[in-house]
Design a protein around this ligand. Sequence first.
Ligand code: FE2
Length: 426
Amino acid sequence: MAFDIIVKGGVLPDGGRADIGISGDRITAIEPAIAAEAGELIDATGNLVSPPFVDPHFHMDATLSYGIPRINASGTLLEGIALWGELKPLLTHEAVRERALAYCDWAVSMGLLAIRTHVDVCDDRLLAVEALLEVKRLVAPYIDLQLVAFPQDGLYRSPNARQNTIRALDLGVDVVGGIPHFERTMADGRRSVTELCEIAAARGLMVDMHCDETDDPLSRHIEQLAYEAQRLGLQGRVAGSHLTSMHSMDNYYVSKLLPLIAEAGVSAIPNPLINIVLQGRHDTYPKRRGLTRVPEMIKAGVRVGFGQDCVLDPWYSLGTADMLDVAFMGLHVAQMTSPADMRRCFDMVTAVNAEIMGLQDHGLAVGKQASLVVLDAGNPIEAIRLRPERLCVIAKGKIVARRQRQDTRLALPGRPANVNRRHRAG
Ligand code: FE2
């Protein structure tokens, strides 16, 4: 049997070594040693071969707009939302599309091949919705893009948001979003969770809500989200993004809340890069970190991924589309430093995020989509430590990125010329 591509000698995330045979857009063999012809042979000897990175929380309509029309001076979520409001009237279909496509180039180069992006529906033109639907079609041969109808300015607080959410879903947006903590009152926030979950249930869609992205210990919309997921039979199809208020909640209340979230099958998507810069801005010292309770939720049986949220936009002034940056920050802030926890952080930005997005075709197994990444690292923990070169990225059977390893070693008298790979332990 001949293959289009064989990836030879790679180390799988579980530590096993295998050759991977690819035919068309499918993985067609995973064996200890494949002795067959291939159109392209990728030597991955000793390198980690991973399923693609997945980002379950992003804002592609705002990405790469940093500085337009100005930067966020306070660094807060609320100024970011206000700044985005200044930028929105200036948006054009072409500008949104081109910035999003530029970001997709970055993503592919980093092995990030599935992205769930929220798209603001509060602009009556639905310009960003139409631009991102076009981007979704354009990048489909390489990237799985999922769109969330996101009423950024509040379902009730923004005049046409409800109607625009429905219009966006009618146009083909995949997931129902929301922002209960930005509504005018707690009661409105609660009501928005109910109404949006009912819309999703009636249409058979998933829900992904910005939820409790505040430092307010009494912001408890996650409770309502879990309740509605259970009431409407949406278990496994609902995610709560951010959940930062949980950082500040009363411990007794959390001890009741976490089992309810697990029981309702609601996933959690903390976004460590953005949460660590946006939250705690009103604190003096001690200054809260603002990241939700990641290890505690995992222990309670909640499915927890990590999202990136923002790259170069009104909320976040850095970012590279590298989900290993996200895992690195999440690991530090959540103090997930045991070997098992560090390994878990790698899974969170690959397999767990794919589960949250409902991507059945993700993973290294025969019959799955032929998308993978070869990293200049020996195992998942080393990948987080190094955030290394992606030596090869294969997207749906196509080789889309290849890079050379670059080594550095001082030329000193009496020192062997043969070098170790840069910063790698083995
Ligand atoms: Fe977000």
